[in-house]
Design a protein around this ligand. Sequence first.
Ligand code: CU
Length: 270
Amino acid sequence: MGKFWSFVFFLVPVLGVGLFVVAMNFHSLPLLNHWFPEDVSASGHVIDQLFMTILVLTGVVFVATEVCLAFFLWRYDAKANRDPVRYMHGSHTLEVVWTVLPAATLFFIAIYQMNAWADAKIRQPKDAGVIVEVRGRQFEWRFRYPGPDGKFNTPDDIHWDTDLHVPVDEEVLVHLKSEDVLHSFFLPNMRVKQDAVPGMMIPVWFRPTKIGSWDLVCAELCGWGHYKMRGRITVQSRADFDAWLVEIANKQHATQADATATADAAKPAK
Ligand SMILES: [Cu+2]
């Protein structure tokens, strides 16, 4: 039986690594497209590189551990080894080695990722082409652009929901908020994911590099309708983006004017 189980355990690293290889190489087949979604942001490659480095490091450890496990199962099969088990009181050297090696590896990762972390979370861009407020709420995304005066909380603010429009090749600065519970603002193609926390405004930034439309999802289970928090991000040329902003601003003003007229008409005549 020991031989059988050692074979089964040996299949784990073989199939595990095989699965990664298949997922990476068959990206053109729609059914097997399980690797990264298309990267359309200026700094996405840094995140992908970091992911690959950590994947290789953990992959080597995973394969080594599984191969050792299979070998010990096969080598010390109870049927082939009738001798009673002998206990030992541990090995100081071994303890030091298996503590220092993982510690050194984690220390390496901590240093290696510092620049990527700083670029993504600390060095906020000063030259943002557009600033937009994004608010998560059960169960949709709401957006607010500051309007021509460049300031939020003024009458010319422009409101929109579900489909976030941004210009291409410009730094987008998001002011991320939540209106109720924890949500997570996730743009897979921009390699951006950040929790939206009630009571906080968290800045998030990215620079889209390609015109098109991609997913915007909530990556935090936020209630029964979490699955409905699907949105889009539409990346446009600067001219198209400006035209779109003017168009929805005009629509918004027309609706406001309509509402005021209806309210006035409903007032009893004096
Ligand atoms: Cu959610």
